[in-house]
Design a protein around this ligand. Sequence first.
Ligand code: TXA
Ligand code: MG
Length: 349
Amino acid sequence: MDTIIKTAGQKEDEEIYKIASEILHRGGLVAFPTETVYGLGADALNENAAKKIYAAKGRPSDNPLIVHIGDFQAVEHLAAEISENARRLMEAFWPGPMTLVMKKKPLVPSGVTGGLDTVAIRMPSHPTAQKLIRASGLFIAAPSANLSGRPSPTRAAHVIQDLDGKIDMIIRDDTVSVGIESTIIDVSTDCIQVLRPGWITLDMIRAVTGTAELDPAIAGERELVGQPKAPGMKYKHYAPRAALKIVEGSVPAVTAYINEEADRLLLEGKKVGIMATDETASAYRTGIVRSLGSRKDEESIARHLYACLREYDDLGAEVIFSESFSGEKAGQAIMNRLMKAAGHCIIKL
Ligand code: TXA
Ligand code: MG
């Protein structure tokens, strides 16, 4: 299939949303930017359209999709129960990078929820995403717009790389600001649980709801205990083609270790990538060094993480070393994604 690629934010915008709407209404697939990552959208109430998402991504069918909405009223259509805490969280963080898991109404096809009796709902803040939802008048089911197992796309070029020829349309608007996927919070029971860490942190959630916990399978992630509740969290995700190793320890120890290992691998003829920070980049003497930004600016680290992993793939890196990040605030989400990309390979010095 020929994929239509259009750039939003220009004069003919109305036309873009009209074409995209038509595609969605006839059960097609449209990739669009959100503030977190690009999503691959389909009509959430059309089970056949949802099936196409799974086929295009090569995604396991037990991994449910997030339904994107444009206004608060939509929740009443989709969710069977809305707790007081759910309402407070919506007020506090929507539109924005937060997904709520709630008991679903029968209207939501089980092909969208992976057979679960809950549905994940998010109201994105990105203007292009909002315009698409409004123009179509639909609820839009959208996973990240990458091939299953690849890093999530933060630029249209990433979507093109993975899905060109497999989907109907890509709306280009490279103003994705957060760079990692939304925080997923299960509010379907009295025990509020974070199923996937993200930009909205546990502390921010607790400030609104009083109590909230991390899914123990995520909290104990370094040891990998139990089955995570968000089905998608059990897969090796966000994986670059290279072997990614996270190195944790004091700055001098980490830079010394990585330098030594990089020298050894380069002698073996291997291509080596080093994911560094502004504070450390100049301490590395070999390999392909990229800074994700300053350690003081977690926003920048999150925004550049996936693009950096993809760049190493494009450059043919065979081994990538990454520094580790603190488990505080958004650092927790960054480490969560890095650990998954690394298949939990962490070297503690
Ligand atoms: O930021 C985001 O959330 C992006 C943008 C496009 O909105 N979307 C995204 O979708 O990351 P995806 O499909 O890559 O990740 C959805 C995650 C998966 O881990 C899935 O298992 C979980 O949400 N999920 C969806 N519905 C669920 C449910 N009913 N219960 C538990 N987990 C659910
Ligand atoms: Mg994804």
